[in-house]
Design a protein around this ligand. Structure first.
Ligand SMILES: [Zn+2]
Length: 229
């Protein structure tokens, strides 16, 4: 194991197997750049490669923030659809880009079968989109960006973000504006930034810094959008 990585013990939330996986030492992370949709670049090591834990016994793939318990019927469905065909594989150790991509696809499938929230699936699709960006695969980057947008839209319609620590309404609306802009969907981008600014100004749950970020980004791109629409 090199100087950037460490071994962490994990318990599978689906089958309760204990296994080891590799994580990046956060003290070693040096951020070098960040895109406007939050895709972040680090020197020497890519922590996204190690974000997903894959249970070697049952094939369930999940991030560290996956803490809610899985309903029995959903667990049974996963065992029937995935575990029954799963041939034991260990994703511990050092991962490359293609293995990292595979783990995110497995996490999306795992989440879909076990009833993960739309916002969680949207976040997984967005990270997968970033990995394809880093790989230089534009078609796949845009495919997962579109998928992420659809899921964030559903999340906005159906989910309550008031008690969420990992995702807030300001970030969801910002991403809906930003990702639509990146996809060239300028009318939708304009719609979502307008919703964000109208709905969230003076909303107590959205911080002043997040509001400033939304306004600044809208300021930056609205002239560009106006020229086209
Ligand atoms: Zn398992």
């Amino acid at each position: 194991m090199d100087e950037y990585l460490m071994v962490k013990g994990i318990v599978c939330p689906l089958c309760q197997t204990k296994f080891n996986t590799t994580k990046v030492k956060t003290t070693k992370l040096r951020m070098t750049d960040r895109d406007t949709d939050f895709c972040t670049y680090y020197k020497d090591i890519n922590p996204y490669f190690y974000e997903i834990n894959v249970c070697p016994e049952c094939g369930f793939a999940f991030s560290d923030s996956y803490t809610h318990s899985i309903m029995d019927e959903k667990a049974d469905q996963f065992k029937k659809e995935i575990s029954s065909k799963w041939i034991r594989r260990d994703f511990g150790g050092v991962r490359d880009m293609d293995q990292a991509i595979e783990t995110f696809k497995m996490a999306i499938t795992s989440g879909e079968i076990t009833g993960a929230k739309h916002s969680r699936l949207a976040g997984l699709c967005l990270r997968l989109c970033w990995l394809y960006r880093m790989k230089g695969d534009k078609d796949e980057e845009l495919r997962f960006m579109r998928w992420s947008v659809k899921l964030y839209e559903k999340a906005y319609q159906l989910e309550d973000f008031s008690g969420e620590k990992s995702m807030d309404i300001g970030t969801v609306l910002y991403l809906l504006g930003e990702l639509n802009y990146r996809l060239g969907e300028y009318e939708s981008a304009s719609k979502w930034f307008n919703i964000a600014i109208t709905k969230l100004t003076n909303a107590p749950e959205v911080s002043a810094s997040k509001m400033a970020m939304i306004r600044d980004r809208w300021q930056d791109i609205r002239e560009d959008i106006k020229r086209v629409l």
